[in-house]
Design a binder for this molecule. Sequence first.
Ligand code: ADP
Length: 265
Amino acid sequence: MILDSYRIATEPYYQPQGQEIATFLAAYHERLPIMLKGPTGCGKTRFIEHMAWRLGKPLITVAAHEDMTAADLAGRYLLEPSGTVWHDGPLTLAVRHGAICYLDEIVEARQDTTVVIHPLTDARRILPLDKHNEIVPAHSDFQLTISYNPGYQSAVKDLKESTKQRFIAIDFGYPPPATESAIVARESGADADLARLLVTIAERSRNLQGHGLDEGASTRMLIHTGRMVRAGLPLPVAVQSGIVLPITDNPDIRAALSDAIEACL
Ligand code: ADP
């Protein structure tokens, strides 16, 4: 009842790329924690929404950020007219009542937050709430999934080995061209030719990865660009505003990317 607002009523469209659905189902069956690895905008969030819907479980999503503390996940006392009252944080809600908790970009959060998830990701399956003097045993439906972008990896911002090794990992790359075109067409309403063209443009940008670009154009960017074309914008303008300008501030890289794209238009 308490988690009804976190239930997903209609099927989120998800186009599988490989064994990810079977892997997730097996890990969920064993209540093993899962790490979705891959670049931004490649379908990780859509996948977890689809899986939560498929399993009929509520989904609590938390977007991690650099100021996020353990209390933001676990909960805190708040001052109310009746006195101080304990409020469960999103992770505690999921643990107590049995939801899938999706921690998006956990690497962004401060180190103390990753420590909170350790006792939940081994055989103990408990969440100690030190401030509330309580140990919450995980509900049998509880499952923890995190996302992790290996591209952002740096010495300061990386998961500790002791954290990484607790998770079953599923790798999300960019889908094969035909699959990605189908996704772009379906999600943006672009016709098949335009969707294919956008995917070709994305491939060119992905070739520049490591040569000035941190990441190539994501599936999300292609969908946005397709929607701009549908809204009436000429294709070259849509490509500039949907792909080239957001992806880099460096004028030389912009020029190189624009040249690479022009060759496809
Ligand atoms: P991430 O969480 O990896 O940053 P998202 O899941 O938000 O990325 O994906 C961005 C968008 O791309 C989604 O909203 C969806 O429209 C589309 N998308 C990407 N991959 C798929 C897929 N395999 N099936 C369906 N839609 C997808």
